[in-house]
Design a protein around this ligand. Structure first.
Ligand code: HEC
Length: 211
């Protein structure tokens, strides 16, 4: 302890009589302080020129997480089995709002070329999974799971063009038909959900598109 501490510095006359006390920082504190300065120089150099990037770290972490907890993303397949399974699910859960021929009432027409949320298999699966709660489309992900939803998307796409003359997207909403909390009607009539003619038509179009 070479330094004298806790002394009045004695220049009160320059400062309206206010005394200044010499309250020196402890050495350990100063040591830490200077260490942070030295550290920051090294850190800035390492971060800026060492090829570090927060987005890079983020992407690496996400990739690692995707590896560790793979998304149970059911793959989309336009097979007859998937379409048939989708037709049954559609009849049980969706006819109430989209009608048996998919022409739409509370929910929009699902057979035309007009899509609010996109018409690719991925986009259709996404909107079914996440729903559009604000507009009355139920979040089906937790209810049905990815596989059933991929079947539903196959069924919907198989019906492309089958109810073209039906209402515009958004659907004409008959006031008495609006039931915001209309739950999935378990066991609701699957009437017409898998009209054979429509299915054949859908598959033909599908082939045309692929070819
Ligand atoms: C309670 C009524 C209701 C039920 C039941 C319902 N939907 Fe919907 N659905 C809607 C509404 C309303 C919209 C329009 C959302 C919007 O405007 O963004 C919609 C939108 C959609 C869309 C997107 C259409 C587009 O143009 O992008 C798809 C696909 C869809 N529904 C599929 C289904 C399937 C499959 C089921 C059954 C599992 C189902 N819906 C059951 C009300 C419903």
């Amino acid at each position: 302890m070479a330094k004298d501490r806790n002394e009045l510095l004695g220049h009160a006359e320059d400062n309206d009589g206010i005394q200044e006390y010499d309250n020196a920082m402890p050495d350990w504190w100063l040591g830490l302080f200077f260490f942070t300065i030295v550290w920051s120089v090294g850190y800035v150099g390492w971060f800026t020129f060492g090829g570090q990037s927060q987005t890079g770290w983020y992407e690496a972490e996400m990739a690692h997480a995707a590896e560790q907890w793979p998304q149970k993303q059911a793959s989309f397949a336009m097979t007859p089995e998937a379409i048939a399974a989708g037709a049954e699910l559609y009849g049980k859960n969706c006819v109430g709002c989209h009608l048996p021929d998919l022409s739409g009432s509370i929910g929009p027409n699902l057979t035309d070329d007009v899509w609010i949320h996109g018409g690719s298999p991925e986009e259709i699966m996404a909107v079914i999974t996440n729903g559009v709660p604000a507009k009355g489309m139920i979040t089906w992900g937790p209810i049905l799971g990815p596989e059933k939803i991929s079947h539903l998307a196959a069924f919907i796409l198989s019906k492309k063009g089958t109810a073209a003359a039906a209402p515009a997207p958004g659907g004409a909403v008959a006031p008495e038909a609006v039931a915001p909390e209309a739950a999935p009607a378990e066991g609701a009539a699957p009437a017409g959900a898998a009209a054979p003619a429509g299915e054949a038509e859908g598959q033909r179009r599908e082939r045309e598109e692929e070819g």
